[in-house]
Design a protein around this ligand. Structure first.
Ligand SMILES: NC(=O)c1ccc[n+]([C@@H]2O[C@H](COP(=O)([O-])OP(=O)(O)OC[C@H]3O[C@@H](n4cnc5c(N)ncnc54)[C@H](O)[C@@H]3O)[C@@H](O)[C@H]2O)c1
Length: 373
């Protein structure tokens, strides 16, 4: 088992590897009640991976003071990240008699993690939460760092709180049941870490153990998740509540990625969009003479090596629509803002020249547009 410490106050560990969930028994310790927030498919596939020490009777019996363990199921998909879900999750906590010293476990991908994390942040003004991520994306990213949120009809993640978990248990054995598209979403984030200046260990693992990783070998995935988690942990520790802008570097590749996801109405999966966004950002950095051609080649080879796309699908992603969405990106202050590699590492770059953007878009297969040139 690998351990990565997130050095916030108080610090906590990310425990990574096949069987990491077994640590839940000791973590629950003598806490009276444990509520496991998850989704039906995950409970069906993985409830038996929960350690036997966690077993407690249902709290819905006659004895109000007895220990208790119960499952709180939420719906699948981005729509489940809503105030309605927070209301029903908090009511389920109350019905089961969850108190301040008890424990919430978020067993699932980023949707479960964000929702259960936010419910734990506000219920009784804060209950301990263990993040037990079950998607690759959540293991390398969403479960670490304490950002929790739900969506409004007006936009994604608009209401949330910082609520650091007491521990993150990234059990890589759970990733064997992950649908292919979800695995690719996580691989897009892995490619992001690999292409960060601090990503040497991730790149090395991708070179040495590519086949095992793509074959979902839990040990190889354990090494990979731990290497990615270490980078995220450092960034989070440097800027726990996103005050200095340091955490923004985690958006490397994401400005174009969000625009591709939006304009393709999510036909292009998140990880694929991030993959294209990483190549685009590196191309744009080259156009601005921040990096050389070798870095662009490296970006293409890391992304392509993971079986991810290096260009947009041929069937008509519209450059004007992409630019429009990128201008609305939350980091942008009126114009367009990108996280780009350069001699000082990843940095926010505001309003690069339209010609440079057009060239980088062409390099990832987006034809020219009136606005861009
Ligand atoms: N808080 C953060 O810092 C942060 C960072 C990145 C993303 N996010 C959020 O994460 C969300 C996306 O998370 P995601 O990509 O994990 O998607 P997700 O949570 O929707 O999970 C994807 C699908 O996989 C299923 N699934 C999960 N684990 C499984 C398993 N082991 N086996 C079989 N099926 C499984 C889920 O039920 C779901 O259908 C977004 O809402 C995003 O905003 C949050």
């Amino acid at each position: 088992m690998r351990r990565v410490t997130v050095a916030v106050d108080p610090p906590y560990d990310v425990v990574v590897g096949p069987g990491a969930l077994s640590a839940l028994g000791a973590l629950a310790g003598d806490r009276r009640r444990v509520a496991i927030v998850t989704q039906e498919t995950i409970a069906d596939a993985h409830a038996e991976a929960l350690p036997s020490e966690l077993a407690r009777p249902s709290p819905f019996g006659d004895d109000d003071d007895a220990e208790g363990l119960w499952f709180v199921l939420i719906a699948d998909g981005e729509d489940a990240k809503s105030f309605e879900t927070i209301g029903s999750v908090c009511r389920a906590f109350a019905e089961g008699g969850l108190l301040r010293g008890d424990l919430v476990v978020a067993l699932g991908g980023g949707v479960v993690g964000d929702t259960a994390g936010f419910a734990a942040a506000v219920y009784h003004r804060g209950v301990d939460v263990v993040q037990a991520p079950t998607t690759l994306l959540a293991q390398v990213d969403a479960a670490i760092g304490g950002k929790t949120a739900v969506n409004l009809p007006e936009g994604k993640n608009l209401v949330g709180a910082f609520h650091q978990p007491v521990m993150v248990l990234a059990d890589t054995a759970l990733l064997t049941t992950l649908p292919e598209r979800e695995l690719r979403s996580g691989l897009g984030e892995v490619a992001k870490y690999a292409l960060m200046p601090e990503g040497g260990a991730v790149r090395e693992l991708l070179e040495r153990q590519r086949d095992e990783i793509l074959g979902r070998d839990p040990d190889a995935l354990g090494a990979l998740v731990a290497a990615c988690a270490a980078i995220k942990a450092d960034v989070v520790a440097a800027d726990p509540e996103e005050r200095t802008g340091r955490r923004a570097i985690l958006n490397f590749g994401h400005t174009l990625a969000h625009a591709i996801e939006t304009t393709s109405r999510h036909a292009v999966a998140h990880g694929e969009a991030v993959a294209i966004g990483l190549v685009f950002a590196t191309e744009l950095a080259r156009a601005l003479e921040r990096v050389d051609g070798a870095q662009v080649e490296r970006a293409r080879s890391v992304v392509g090596g993971l079986g991810l796309p290096i260009a947009v699908p041929a069937d008509g992603v519209d450059a004007d629509a992409l630019l429009e969405v990128m201008r609305r990106d939350k980091k942008a202050k009126g114009g367009t803002t990108f996280v780009l590699p350069g001699p000082n590492g990843l940095e926010l770059v505001h309003d690069p020249p339209a010609r440079a953007i057009a060239g980088a878009l062409r390099a990832v297969g987006v034809p020219n547009s009136d606005q861009a040139d």
